[in-house]
Design a protein around this ligand. Structure first.
Ligand code: SF4
Ligand code: SF4
Length: 178
């Protein structure tokens, strides 16, 4: 008898839930007509950002390509006359990228950033190989004020060695010799 009662109770609860939903406003989102704004930290299409003064942030240190679990980042480093390093070319194969965000975590200059733009599907997989010109954004992205070369400890237009933020004068190694 108690089993029959339990069954009726379960049925009544189910129907009551269905009945309640009949009078609720539908919450279906008609994509792509409506695009829900995603949080700033959503992990989708990758960009290379710039410092607040417009310089490229990437110093071609290879950390992002070393940490990438699917090896989809490649580049070639070069150096300007003022000592700034940069990527001569920089390539990401989005056909392989799994949007894990490890490259962004590893980047010391906040150059590489994942954005909420997930609409990056192509029929031809080869068009998912993005070059530097496709990746380079106009602005600083999430880390708006950060300028790596103000902390870097190398001689650049942003200061000499020992003149950067919270940086000490470099040690003269000869003074340490016995
Ligand atoms: S998000 Fe992950 S898989 Fe994609 S490029 Fe960065 S490290 Fe590689
Ligand atoms: S994007 Fe960042 S981690 Fe990758 S090479 Fe440039 S500076 Fe290094």
């Amino acid at each position: 008898m108690s089993e029959i009662l339990d069954s009726f109770k379960a049925l009544a609860t189910g129907f009551a839930t269905t009945f309640r939903h009949l009078f609720r406003k539908p919450i279906t989102e008609e994509y792509p007509e409506y695009k829900r704004p995603l949080p700033e930290r959503s992990r989708a299409r990758i960009v290379l950002t710039r410092e607040p003064d417009g310089n490229e942030r990437c110093v071609a240190c290879y950390l992002c390509s070393a940490v990438c679990p699917v090896s989809c980042i490649s580049m070639q480093s070069a150096e300007k006359h003022d000592g700034r390093r940069y990527a001569k070319w920089f390539r990401i194969n989005f056909g392989r990228c799994i949007y894990c965000g490890l490259c962004e975590e590893a980047c010391p200059t906040s150059a590489i950033q994942l954005t909420p733009d997930f609409e990056n599907c192509k029929q031809d997989i080869l068009t998912l190989v993005f070059e530097k010109k496709d990746l380079l954004a106009d602005g600083p992205g999430k880390d708006k004020e950060y300028n790596f070369y103000k902390y870097a400890g190398v001689k650049t237009g942003a200061g000499n060695k020992g003149q950067h933020i919270k940086e000490k004068e470099p040690v003269n190694v000869r003074s340490n010799l016995p």
